[in-house]
Ligand binder design. Structure first.
Ligand code: ZN
Ligand code: ZN
Ligand code: FE
Length: 749
């Protein structure tokens, strides 16, 4: 049989996932000779043999667990090949290819650290199928020398595994063992303590202390999740009175704490190992997640976490190690310096964290990503049809939940959660992320996309770059982000976008946030919106729910009731400011409507201790009643405006009747959802829109999402599943809108 020679290009998530050893083993099985190596575009293979078609098919069909093969391109090859099959060294720097996100400890490694052997009890055990990736990466292509593992020279045993194609550590870049790899220790009072670091940490935790734990993408603050005193101590020290804490739980204990479905469990066990929101059974103290019906749980995702939980034998709060609002701490000295006042001890190690990656926060059903970071980034998204030749675009996102997006070679890379850029340190983090991502991915943007709000730090940073700037309206970006995530073609036609969020600047100079937009990537018009009300005090209206309630109740002619509800608030001052329009911008924000209703029901009327608290508590309250059939408070319609005036009388009457607060909360959510669904549905029925798109932070609310979907019936609808509906997804929308403009500019030129 004549030997045929081919060159094969494999594109996708194929580096740092054991792809070359997989190819090597496959080549042995197919009796091929040739070579495989990593390069700037992915994996290249040159091979000769009989069944090359079968080999090429098996490349995607049998790919390793963490790999994602997007394309296998086969072309003839005429060069010389070695007698056997070899793994050649990486060629070229460049970085068109993808890096794998960090992956949770695999079952083999989890078992290995609990068995007799040289890695028993070793906190940095990993293999080709698991372990740190993006969090240790300094440059591409992904090789040990380009990671923070470069500082550790492999011992002979590890080197043997690394070089053995039949070993599960063959070419596993972060391979390590106690003889050669990172070291773990425990510090208290700035001193390293002698003894087993896990035993020392656990003794402190059992005694109700707070321990800082250096993890994968940053430090956590840990405490005993079952100990009310420890929780109170952590909340007091962190000055975080009520924002929910995430809890790390051994899988065996999950069912006691939460109602976990098969879908939840699958998501918890995913290599991304996110924090998953699940219904709480109320087994933990209220202080873990005050006012919430759900609990954010995650499974241990590094060997360090497995060993810590084994030793502790119970659930641990694992909240990000930072000062409130600031970015998570990643450096050892930074931790000693900044966290000293928070903690009684620190579990430290000497493997550096190359970049800060918070835990991702997700829901399994309906699937949604609330915070996209560790384990998900830097996963990429193929751009929709029509965007294949998009120029390189850098999109900078919004002010809250900062995240940037890079467009290159038909892919969009949505960067990790950076926090709220109001905080100066988060803004620094943002600047570093722009430099980091553009360097790492060899990105040379032709244009920068920014939010049209001139006050956003990201917008200002964009204008300072000296590149052409595409300004994008906030709610248009939300709409486009959902279109792009769903692969809606560049010229796929117009959709009705229901965009419900906090606030964003609209083209008319008011703050939008409760919109039905008719549009696509190219443009939009505002077809319906929530009747605006003043945000008296500007930013303070976002922090103090009673301000929104007062404005709405006055608007509805229910000032007397407002006087009863908020007897001690400075109502006169507010009313004067509203009447004169002093620092009282008009807004159609749905988020502020949630705040207003929450305040009327006594949910943190005076102040929210974290962004979204009132709305999250209202959602939790609504979920405590069995769902009513239909129902919901009806909104009025005044021209194109959806008018909430009737809601307020209905709430007052329901309260007077002694209706349960959870039902009132539910009727509000349902009514609001049905009103917007109806308006959008009519645009589809009239033939103006081809589908409905749901975006904006309010769609993290499962009750509201459910009401809108129910109201839409069989109308085609697109929702967010893998990118955040909140402002964390904004940059993706900005990027595709800027790309669409670049195309239409090219056409008209
Ligand atoms: Zn492993
Ligand atoms: Zn070793
Ligand atoms: Fe928004």
């Amino acid at each position: 049989m004549k030997e045929i020679k081919v060159s094969i290009r494999v594109r996708g998530q194929v580096q740092g996932v054991g792809f070359r050893p997989f190819v090597w083993q496959l080549a042995q099985a197919f009796g091929l000779r040739g070579r495989v190596w990593n390069d700037a575009e992915g994996v290249r293979i040159e091979a000769a043999g009989a069944d090359l078609a079968g080999f090429a098919a098996a490349l995607s069909a049998r790919a390793p667990k963490l790999a994602r093969v997007d394309a296998v391109e086969v072309s003839p090859f005429a060069g010389s090949l070695p007698e056997g099959f070899e793994i050649a060294t990486s060629r070229g720097r460049g970085a068109k290819t993808r890096v794998t996100p960090d992956a949770a400890t695999c079952p083999d490694c989890a078992a290995e650290i609990r068995e007799a052997g040289r890695r028993q009890g070793y906190a940095f055990t990993n293999c080709t199928h698991c372990g740190p990736r993006f969090s240790i990466l300094n440059g591409l292509p992904y090789d040990r020398a380009q990671t923070t593992m470069a500082a550790f020279a492999m011992c002979a045993d590890c080197r043997a595994e690394y070089g053995d194609p039949t070993d599960r550590r063959f070419h596993a870049q972060p391979v390590a063992c106690p003889a050669c790899g990172p070291r773990l220790w425990y510090e208290a009072g700035g001193q390293e303590m002698p003894g087993d670091p896990f035993a020392l940490a656990v003794a402190c935790l059992r005694a109700g202390g707070v321990v800082a734990v250096k993890g994968l993408g940053g430090f956590h603050l840990a405490c005993d999740a079952t100990n009310p005193a420890a929780l109170a101590l952590l909340r007091a020290r962190k000055r975080r009175p009520s924002k929910p804490f995430a809890v790390m739980v051994p899988e065996a204990d999950l069912a006691v704490l939460a109602e976990v479905t098969a879908a939840d469990l699958a998501l918890l066990r995913d290599a991304a190992a996110p924090v998953v929101l699940v219904p709480s059974r109320g087994a933990l103290p209220e202080a873990v997640a005050p006012g919430m019906a759900s609990l954010g749980v995650m499974l241990p995702y590094t060997p360090l976490h497995h060993l810590l939980l084994d030793a502790f034998a119970g659930p641990l709060v694992m909240t990000s190690g930072n000062l409130s609002g600031e970015p998570q701490v990643i450096g050892n000295d930074e931790a000693r310096d900044k966290l000293a006042g928070f903690v009684d001890g620190v579990l430290l190690h000497d493997r550096e964290i190359a970049r800060r990656l918070d835990d991702s926060v997700e829901r399994a059903a309906p699937p949604m990503i609330l915070r996209r970071a560790r384990g998900r980034v830097p996963g990429t998204l193929p751009l929709p049809p029509g965007f294949e030749d998009a120029p390189q675009v850098l999109a900078l996102g919004g002010q809250m939940k900062g995240a940037i997006c890079l467009v290159k070679t038909g892919q969009a890379l949505l960067g990790h959660h950076l926090g709220d850029l109001d905080d100066a340190l988060c803004a620094d983090e943002f600047s570093r992320a722009v430099a980091d991502y553009t360097a790492l991915f060899d990105h040379r943007p032709a244009l920068v996309a920014v939010d049209a709000h001139p006050g956003y730090r990201a917008t200002q940073a964009g204008f300072a770059m000296g590149l052409p700037v595409a300004e994008v309206w906030h709610h248009h970006a939300h709409l486009a982000s959902c279109l792009a995530e769903n692969g809606w073609p560049l010229d796929g036609g117009k959709v009705a976008g229901i965009v419900l969020d906090g606030t964003g600047l609209g083209p008319d100079g008011t703050l939008w946030g409760g919109e039905v937009l008719l549009g696509d990537y190219h443009g939009f018009e505002r077809r319906h919106w929530l009747k605006p009300a003043p945000l008296v005090g500007g930013d303070r209206a976002a922090q103090q729910p009673w301000r929104n309630a007062l404005a709405r109740l006055d608007q509805a002619g229910l000032s007397d009731w407002a006087d009863q509800l908020f007897p001690n608030a400075p109502r006169d001052l507010l009313r004067q400011a509203a009447a004169k329009g002093i620092n009282a911008p008009m807004s159609s924000s749905a988020g502020r409507m949630f705040d207003a209703v929450a305040a009327c029901l006594g949910i943190c009327p005076e102040a929210q201790s974290y962004e979204g608290e009132a709305a999250m508590r209202l959602e939790a309250l609504a979920s405590r009643c069995p769902a009513e059939d239909g129902g919901g408070y009806e909104l009025g319609q005044t021209g194109k405006m959806l008018d909430p005036t009737p809601i307020w009388t209905a709430i007052r009457d329901d309260l007077a009747r002694g209706t349960q607060a959870c039902l009132i909360a539910q009727r509000f959510q349902t009514g609001l959802g049905l009103a917007f669904a109806g308006a959008a549905r009519r645009l589809v029925e009239a033939g103006d829109a081809r589908a409905v798109v749901l975006s904006g932070g309010c769609f993290q609310n499962v009750g509201l999402l459910g009401a809108v979907l129910w109201g839409l019936g069989d109308t085609p609808v697109l929702i967010h599943r893998t990118t955040p509906a909140n402002d964390g997804g904004l940059a993706l929308g900005q990027a595709v809108i800027a790309a669409a403009r670049a195309f239409s500019g090219a056409e008209s030129a």
